[in-house]
Design a protein around this ligand. Sequence first.
Ligand code: GUN
Length: 295
Amino acid sequence: MKLLDGKYLSSLLKEEIKKDVEQLVLDGGPVPHLAAILVGNDGASETYVASKIKSCAETGIRSTLIRLAETTSEAELLQKIEEVNQNKDIHGLIVQLPLPKHISEEKVTEAIHPAKDVDGFHPVNVGRLCIGMPSYVSATPSGIIDMLERYDIKTSGKHCVVIGRSNIVGTPVSILLSRNKTPGNCTVTLCHSKTPNIKEFTTQADILVVALGKPGFITADMVKSGAVVVDVGITRVMDPTKKSGFRISGDVNFEDVAPKCSYITPVPGGVGLMTIISLLKNTLKAAKKEIYQNN
Ligand code: GUN
């Protein structure tokens, strides 16, 4: 069994991004600039955004954090998004989710200009991904693809089983892995909450991607010997032995499953760390106008 080590790989990729940013500036290009909007004071969102800002600094990407109060109206937020859309100095924009209940995430996602949508959540980017056009791809799926590529894991002709059909992980991963590309060319089965007897499918998987948010759901009896297991789960579970009172748990029972796998991602230290890399890469692409020429 080998670990798909997100800690090692993300630090390697950060170095590569840093060099690319330096080269862009040497070539007379702009310093890539990411704006992040954070509404309210959700604890997990604060942590995620702080980590995104720190990673920008480490790679030479400029960032601007726009903090808005929990009570900000939907109209005010949409107005702020429009300001950033119009600001030529800013290449990428993310609005950290979840948003307060009174704000429609759908409206906010659609309000971000597709050319600045470095989260890859806008319907235009999702649509472009589906028909194989250049697009921003959301962070977790593209982090998984990077991981498979960098560890030289063969995907062509393999059976990939994805558990979970969310817009930001399960669905795009299933599309990416079935595309006629490398990594890709998998036969993909997408399982979800209405799939009866999930084990019947998971035991057939050469590559198993688990993104359902149920700690420890996948056990050894559900996995084929030699499978590649990618665990996307990051759930906080109570743990009185920890200073914080909780620990982060994946969807895979790691101790049970790991001995059976050819490769497996740990949690924490696996896919999670790769997601920020994707955001940095997309911001760099935005500054280079790689996907859209007129942003
Ligand atoms: N909340 C949890 N993950 C994400 C993400 O990738 N992007 C944004 N904007 N919000 C999130």
